[in-house]
Design a protein around this ligand. Structure first.
Ligand code: PGA
Length: 230
């Protein structure tokens, strides 16, 4: 309707997304904002737990996260793969080995994200399932800082492969059993919430743009990310 179109020209789009999406979301926002210059966007980039808090409190229009909450009634749409991989310094002794066992892996010191991180939680779930634990040498609240710490030789970490799209020359991905941990980013919103015209337009755009981005590399599934990194 005319009112919808008018509504589309002006307004606010509030997004809250998990940390790993910062490698794509700001970029994907570019063309959207060019097309709808009257739309003001606020993008909160934070960890899984805080995104869930914001969702529960209905603070934003749309959320992007990897683990859909079970105790909140939401609608969700898969956006893009978000595989988790084991990252090591480039010249680590395990770098040339194939199919490294989890048992061997946990002999190495680890750098962990902060409690509340979905990345950390996914790795912890894998360890729990195998009744293993790791020696945590350092806890850090930033994927980028963890990459630097890995390069500095402080230990290994489990990170989203997306975090390796920038500045990955000093680190490498280890070939470990049970990895990559396959995950997706989902666009999520409260079922009780009527999406604004702006938010639903953005949701359509996000799904199309993410699919194009993946397809653009001519590869299916997580392969395109792997390719990018090699
Ligand atoms: P995180 O989010 O920043 O909470 O680790 C990443 C994820 O859940 O995939």
């Amino acid at each position: 309707t005319v009112a919808d179109l008018k509504g589309m020209k002006q307004g606010k789009l509030r997004l809250a997304v998990i940390t790993t999406t910062k490698y794509f979301m700001p970029r994907l926002l570019g063309p959207f904002c060019q097309k709808y210059p009257g739309v003001d966007v606020s993008l909160i980039v934070t960890n899984h737990e805080r995104v869930i808090d914001r969702l529960s409190n209905n603070q934003d229009d749309l959320y992007v996260m990897s683990q859909i909450p079970e105790n909140v009634d939401v609608k969700s749409h898969a956006v893009l793969e978000n595989p988790l991989v084991v990252v090591a310094p480039l010249h680590h002794p395990l770098a040339k080995e194939k199919n490294i066992s989890l048992k061997r892996l946990v002999e190495e010191p680890f750098i962990m994200r902060e409690p509340g991180s979905g990345t950390r939680r996914a790795f912890q779930q894998l360890l729990d399932a195998h009744k293993l634990s790791v020696k945590v040498r350092l806890e850090l609240g930033s994927n980028e800082a963890i990459k630097q710490a890995i390069a500095g030789g402080l230990g290994l970490s489990v990170l989203s492969r997306h975090t390796l799209l920038t500045d990955n020359s000093e680190v490498t991905v280890l070939d470990v059993e049970e990895f990559p941990i396959e995950r997706y980013w989902y666009a999520v919103y409260l079922s009780s919430k009527q999406l604004s015209v702006i938010a639903s337009t953005f949701l359509d755009y996000l799904q199309t743009a993410a699919a194009e981005l993946a397809e653009g590399y001519g590869l299916k599934g997580g392969e395109w990310l792997k390719q990018l990194q090699d």
